[in-house]
Design a protein around this ligand. Structure first.
Ligand code: ZN
Length: 286
């Protein structure tokens, strides 16, 4: 709310900055008697320059914030913070979605990445709550087919001696706005861009993606565990792919996430696994 209220002031801040520079130039001349006539003259000149500068800046930056592509981190964070209290809109996601290609809603093979996005109102209509025995952090929901597949995956893990949980699953556009904004505030924009998707760009919005862990080992703390190794070696057999594998950040756009698996169906998962490509590469060239 407070952030939303601050946003419209951004262009005015730029104007004030220009005005401030004019005042700074004039200040040293104050109080120097012998220079007074010259001072008055230069004051007029500076004043006129400031007026012209303000007019130029207002005409360039005024209105509806047309420069999101070069926005400072704080401005982007502010922009992402506008949606939770209101309805998600194009302005809520700042940079990429303005240039993103919109994907059809409901396609489990949609090549979601930093360039491709889902519409704010895209939500699956067959979400199913997972049993509490495999859910952490409250109720977790996935699309019906994905929920069935993850139960089989976890049953196989159980047979191997690993008890896995889902600690994040379907996330709405609005939730993703809040989450991305949270990571910007906590770790800065550059870190957030590597580890969190902007709203509309998250695979979690598909309802076919889960973050997997086990008690005490979620997110980064899952990486390097025997459970993570098992998941990497076996998830494809049950239709899941680790979207952001190690050493592929330049291709996927995201840092390694051993815990983040996306359901694409057993057949496609086997093909992706065999291809050696990242899921993004496979889906884009499909
Ligand atoms: Zn995830």
């Amino acid at each position: 709310m407070a952030d939303a209220a601050r946003k419209p002031s951004q262009p005015r801040t730029r104007v004030r900055k220009g005005h401030g520079q004019g005042v700074t130039k004039a200040r040293p001349k104050a109080g120097k008697g012998p220079w007074y006539p010259a001072f008055i003259g230069s004051l007029f000149a500076v004043g006129a320059s400031v007026v012209v500068l303000i007019l130029v800046l207002v005409s360039r930056f005024g209105g509806d914030d047309p420069v999101p592509a070069v926005a400072a981190p704080t401005e982007q964070a502010t922009a992402t913070g506008t949606a939770p209290s209101g309805q998600p809109s194009a302005t809520a996601t700042a940079v990429p979605t303005g240039y993103a290609r919109l994907l059809p809603c409901g396609d489990i093979l949609a090549p979601l990445d930093k360039e491709h996005s889902l519409a704010p109102d895209c939500e699956p209509d067959d979400l199913e709550a997972l049993p509490a025995s495999i859910s952490a952090e409250g109720t977790q929901s996935l699309r019906r087919e994905t929920a069935a597949a993850i139960r089989k995956l976890f049953a196989a893990a159980e047979s191997a001696g690993f008890h896995l949980y889902v600690n994040s699953s379907f996330r709405s556009y609005a939730t993703q706005v809040e989450l991305f904004d949270y990571w910007v505030r906590v770790n800065g924009l550059a870190y957030a861009e590597r580890t969190s998707a902007r709203a509309g760009h998250s695979e979690h919005q598909l309802g076919t993606t889960a973050d997997v862990g086990f008690p005490g080992h979620f997110l980064e703390d899952f990486t390097g565990t025997a459970e993570a190794d098992w998941l990497a070696a076996n998830s494809w057999k049950h239709g899941f792919i680790i979207s952001y594998p190690e050493g592929k950040e330049a291709v996927t756009g995201y840092a390694h996430e051993s815990w983040h698996i996306r359901y694409v169906g057993v057949e496609v998962a086997a093909k992706v696994h065999k291809s050696g490509l990242t899921l993004r590469e496979y889906l884009l060239q499909r």
